[in-house]
Design a protein. Structure first.
Length: 236
């Protein structure tokens, strides 16, 4: 059974429709990617799942429960956690203070010490700089911190919006390797990403979004070999 389902979602901003009947699902313990070019509606779909944007039609089913009308502030308590594009850290606070802020859902507070140990093991650089202000760190380090802060919330589904955006290639590789390690823990992950090649390389399953609709879906390895994907998104 899918842990999260998006059924026939249509929505937009004002009178401008962005999504046109999007349907997708996440299997528990799997890393699923939502890929596509910039401006096709990927972030809009994430905002709809998290409740920041109301759907015009369709349903959002989480663990068998329709949460489409649930207020946004209640969804993290269920275990739906998003790492937003642009990181949105507390730049005047230290690394460790940012991580502690991630553990705001009630169920996460009881596991704060365990989760802190886990993120420091996964991201040793954060442990080295735990007393450093987040705003003085490099872009790659800040992205590590943003992902780690999401883990601190003890998510059931961790949604990551544009992991690689604006980062140097060597940092992108490091972050995707960290994502592989996170996947081994059994966490359900939804990765929204413009870097199609990197996303497919780490994913179990993927959906390709184009013009506000799901253009294609399938196991990531199969999509990597698809001629349309290779020519349109991989430059091959």
């Amino acid at each position: 059974m899918a842990i999260l389902e998006v059924r026939d979602i249509a929505t937009g901003y004002g009178e401008v429709q962005i999504l046109w009947g999007v349907t997708m699902s996440l299997q528990p313990g799997k890393l699923t990617s939502l890929v596509g070019a910039n401006g096709v509606g990927k972030t809009t779909l994430l905002r709809t799942i998290t409740g920041l944007l109301k759907p015009w039609q369709g349903n959002i089913i989480f663990e068998g429960r329709n949460i489409g009308k649930m207020p946004a502030h209640r969804r993290p308590d269920l275990g739906l956690i998003m790492v937003p594009e642009g990181r949105q850290l507390f730049t005047d606070m230290t690394v460790e203070e940012n991580l502690e802020m991630g553990a705001t859902p009630p169920h996460a507070r009881a596991h704060m010490s365990r989760n802190l140990e886990m993120v420091y093991t996964m991201f040793p650089r954060l442990k080295e700089r735990r007393r450093q202000k987040a705003g003085t760190m490099s872009g790659g380090e800040q992205q590590m911190l943003a992902v780690a802060r999401g883990i601190m919330a003890s998510p059931k589904v961790l949604m990551i919006d544009e992991l690689s955006l604006g980062l140097a290639p060597v940092l992108v590789v490091q972050l995707f390797e960290s994502l592989r390690e996170l996947k081994k823990t059994g966490l359900t992950i939804l990765l929204v990403e413009q870097n199609v090649q990197m996303a497919l390389a780490v994913s179990d399953y993927a959906f390709v979004l184009s013009h506000g609709k799901v253009e294609m879906e399938g196991p990531a390895r199969e999509l990597m070999q698809n001629e349309h994907i290779r020519s349109a998104y991989l430059g091959l």
